[in-house]
Design a protein around this ligand. Structure first.
Ligand code: FAD
Length: 404
């Protein structure tokens, strides 16, 4: 089946490009439609855990991360109330345990590496400024109409494309999920992420610039880690809020953020006060238990299971999806529908569990009062290896765990 198969992917984000690479490596012809530019620099940092770094190696994407990716020495968790250290994991222990590293990278560098690898593979065509507008399927395949625009949005024309199947990697606000499949829209979590980056030399010496640092406190937490070979620092502040708009590019008011963190340890206050270029992102989740497939169409990545970023697994899960999707389409015999259903079956339970774990992490991070004291005590007393045991089921996973 795989030799003559053709697939259209709607969305050229991390999920869409990952799927393109995994499919092309199995000689499946892929056309990626991206409404903007697939090589885009949007966002800040992301953490990539061993369950995906292994996949990136198998796709030959790892080599393209050059010296941009950082393997931080430790992941440290601190109280955002007292500043004290609650827990510390050495990433060398993670690498040893799972035989693949834990890395942090700028989203733009991740996107670039995937894009470059996709461009090397014969079976991939990437169409920037092509927005999927209409989708139909019949017994013989799928037909899409996409709107092609000039980069400045000036001229536009409709183009019709056909393929054997379609993968919707069109993100958390996926229209294919809601309008075509009839699933529910994303739900706002009541939490907002504030994001910025800053040159490492601007960071106060009281802040560790090399580690992944997580500070937890009632109703808010803060994460910061190095990017771009350690030259920059990524800072993400998560707060409970009722602001809720779509997009990555809404400016946040630094005065509001500084006020919100005004009772946090002085290192944190100093870090936040150094920057005034904050972007806000309303955190939304997608119910992953709804259907992921409709005949020859399947959801992937955030379109299927957008989650709160509190387990740092959204992009990682999209990469896992991509590899299992490609295996299903090349290994499962029968029509495309059967292979897509096998993909959904293979992925759904795990995605639901990870979504739930991310949600639970949010609750644990934002505890207050006696619950927070009990949490802090448990974290202080728990040996590193035991802490890591809790995440074994996430990090130890490899595509070989799936059998069709
Ligand atoms: C604050 C924050 C921190 C995070 N940290 C981490 C982390 O540390 N680790 C991790 O693994 N994940 C993390 N994530 C999650 C991660 O960013 C997402 O899960 C991931 O980017 C999803 O990729 P995607 O390709 O599915 O969707 P997207 O990146 O949203 O890509 C969708 C693409 O589809 C395009 N598109 C949409 N509609 C159409 C259409 N009709 N036609 C054509 N193109 C279309 C869009 O332009 C976009 O390029 C974080 C998220 C947030 C908000």
């Amino acid at each position: 089946m795989s030799k003559s198969l053709s697939i259209i992917i709607a969305g050229g984000g991390i999920g869409g490009l990952s799927a393109a690479i995994a499919l092309a490596k199995r000689n499946i012809n892929v056309t990626v439609l991206e409404r903007g530019k697939a090589l885009c620099e949007v966002g800040a940092g992301i953490q990539i855990s061993p369950n995906a770094t292994g996949i990136l190696k198998s796709w030959n994407v790892w080599d393209k991360l050059d010296d941009q990716a950082v393997i931080p020495p430790h992941i440290q968790i601190r109280s955002g109330t007292s500043g004290s250290l609650l827990s510390e994991l050495a990433t060398k222990d993670i690498t040893k345990r799972y035989n693949a590293p834990y890395m942090v990278i700028h989203r733009g560098d991740m996107q670039r590496a995937l894009y470059e690898r996709a461009r090397e593979l014969n079976h991939i065509t990437i169409l920037d400024y092509h927005q999927l507008r209409h989708l139909d399927q019949s017994e013989t395949g799928i037909t899409v109409i996409c709107e092609k625009t000039d980069p400045d949005g000036s001229n536009s024309q409709n183009i019709t494309l056909q393929a054997d199947g379609l993968i919707a990697a069109d993100g958390v606000w996926s229209k294919i999920r809601t309008d075509y499949m009839g699933n529910s829209p994303p739900a706002y979590s009541g939490k907002t992420a504030w994001r910025t980056t800053m040159p490492s030399q601007m960071v106060t010496e009281h802040i560790n610039r090399h580690n992944v640092n997580l500070w937890i406190a009632p109703k808010a937490h803060l994460v910061h880690y190095p990017l771009i070979g350690g030259h920059m620092m990524n800072i993400v502040a998560i707060v409970q809020d009722d602001w809720n708009e779509e997009g990555w590019n809404t400016k946040g008011d630094p005065a509001w953020l500084n006020q919100r963190f005004s009772r946090w340890p002085k290192e944190v206050r100093h870090l936040l006060s150094e920057r005034d270029n904050w972007l806000k992102w309303a955190l939304c989740g997608v119910d992953p238990s709804q259907p992921w497939t409709k005949g020859k169409v399947a959801l992937l990545g955030d379109a299927a299971h957008a989650m709160l970023p509190f387990m740092a697994q959204g992009a990682v899960m999209a990469m896992e999806d991509a590899e299992i999707l490609a295996r299903a389409l090349s290994e499962v015999s029968g029509p495309v529908e059967t292979a897509l259903l096998a993909y959904e079956t293979a992925r759904k339970e795990r995605a639901c569990k990870v979504v739930a774990r991310a949600q639970k992490n949010g609750e644990i991070y934002h505890m207050s009062g006696a619950m927070a004291m009990a949490r802090n005590l448990t974290m202080r007393l728990m040996p590193d290896s035991q802490l890591l045991n809790q995440f074994d089921w996430i990090y130890r996973w490899t595509p070989d765990d799936v059998r069709f």
